[in-house]
Write a protein that binds this ligand. Structure first.
Ligand code: FAD
Length: 353
């Protein structure tokens, strides 16, 4: 069996195999990066609260403990009918395959020039922070922009402001910020951004970035660095004989299955029944146990598969910096230290192997 990618679903499988090994099945995990960052703790890392070790799984080490072959190569294509995964170095045949490859930044405008940084893959964001420190930016006045007003853009703006107090930070978004939060949370966040001197430009569509200038329908902004948090698309893998949507997400049914021997979950999958499901870790984490159960059932050829049903209401906790956060659940909203405490507990628990 091949596990393509080291996302949430496959980390969960490794955790399970460490506790209950499967000796008679040959399992290989292929990933392009040896660490698996947990995005929920990323803003805390930027702020300096968590170390890199605390926010990441060592995929090689976990694979070793789980008796899984670890291959660090970039997957280029997957041929479903021939059952072959091709990487930049080799070809691998399989009987069963699970795809948990995540997503990459979806940039729907022209980008040219330096100073433009991606937040996906997350390793690029981690490298950007370290680079800022190395270059001695701690007390510098840099003009830093975040394009996109979703949870990741807003959290990162708060955390970079905590870590680099003199940065002149601006969020630019085409609509309004945090469109999947309630109005009360949105109001609190706008107030907090204002209090922390983070500029917010809503209703401004970016059309181009060139020569250190962001061009929008409503005006231009000169920058030193700009982070792109404007949405996601599927990874650059050629899926042969798969049903993929226009953003290169693999279509699966509610059982997270493409067919009887092929599975996919998390950001890389498009669940046919729930095409509007946001690409977020909160969903990937809930899909992971279903993937595990259904894969085991397929391997052992036993019983029915389980269907995944996304949670209608779900708790979101947005880190606002300084160990305070906003909790958003349905119409409820609460800002303060308690929200941060809860988030910290949930996140640390998730990272335990
Ligand atoms: C800055 C930021 C903050 C976020 N904060 C939150 C949050 O607070 N809450 C929330 O719910 N969601 C958050 N998200 C979204 C969340 O990160 C994703 O939805 C989640 O990580 C998806 O998990 P996954 O298991 O699908 O894949 P991922 O966790 O992205 O894992 C994909 C894996 O595939 C590997 N891979 C990718 N391409 C290849 C290839 N070609 N070959 C081999 N291996 C490959 C990668 O190295 C990685 O191991 C955030 C995202 C960002 C960018």
């Amino acid at each position: 069996m091949i596990l393509a990618g080291g996302g949430h679903g496959h980390i969960n499988i490794l955790k399970k195999l460490i506790k209950s090994p499967m000796k008679d099945i040959d399992i290989t995990l292929i990933t392009d990066f040896g660490k698996q960052y947990y995005s929920g703790m990323l803003s805390g890392f930027i702020e300096g609260i968590y170390s890199e070790e605390e926010i990441s799984f060592d995929v090689r080490e976990l694979s070793k403990k789980a008796n899984v072959n670890y291959v660090e190569e970039k997957i280029i294509s997957i041929d479903k009918n021939k059952k072959i995964v091709t990487t930049d170095k080799n070809e691998y045949g399989y009987d069963f395959l699970s795809i948990n490859l995540g997503s990459i930044a979806n940039v729907n405008f022209h980008v040219d020039g330096s100073g433009v940084l991606n937040v996906k893959p997350i390793s690029e964001l981690v490298a950007a922070k370290e680079n800022f420190i190395k270059q001695g930016f701690k007390d510098s006045r840099k003009r830093v922009y975040f394009i996109g007003g979703g949870a990741s853009g807003v959290e990162l703006a708060f955390s970079f402001k905590e870590a680099f107090k003199n940065f002149d930070i601006t969020i630019i978004t085409s609509g309004e910020i945090l469109d999947n939060f309630n109005e009360s949370s949105r109001k609190k966040v706008r107030k907090l951004l204002n209090k922390k001197n983070i500029n917010l430009v809503e209703g401004s569509f970016v059309t181009e970035i060139k020569n250190h200038t962001i061009i929008t329908e409503n005006g231009n902004f000169d920058f030193d660095y700009v982070f792109l948090t404007s949405g996601f698309k599927g990874v650059d893998v050629k899926y042969i004989d798969f049903d993929v949507d226009k953003r290169n997400y693999v279509t699966v049914d509610e059982r997270l299955m493409v067919d009887e021997s092929t599975f996919s979950m998390g950001d890389s999958a498009n669940i046919k029944r729930y095409p509007k499901l946001p690409k977020a870790g909160v969903f990937a984490i809930r899909e992971a146990p279903i993937l595990l159960e259904n894969l085991m059932s397929a391997l052992k050829n036993t019983g029915d598969k389980k269907a995944y049903a996304p949670q209608l209401k779900y708790l979101q906790i947005l880190n606002c910096g300084g160990k305070k956060a906003i909790m958003n659940y349905g119409n409820l909203s609460y800002y303060g230290k308690l929200s941060w405490w809860l988030k910290d507990r949930i996140d640390r628990k998730y990272m335990k192997v």
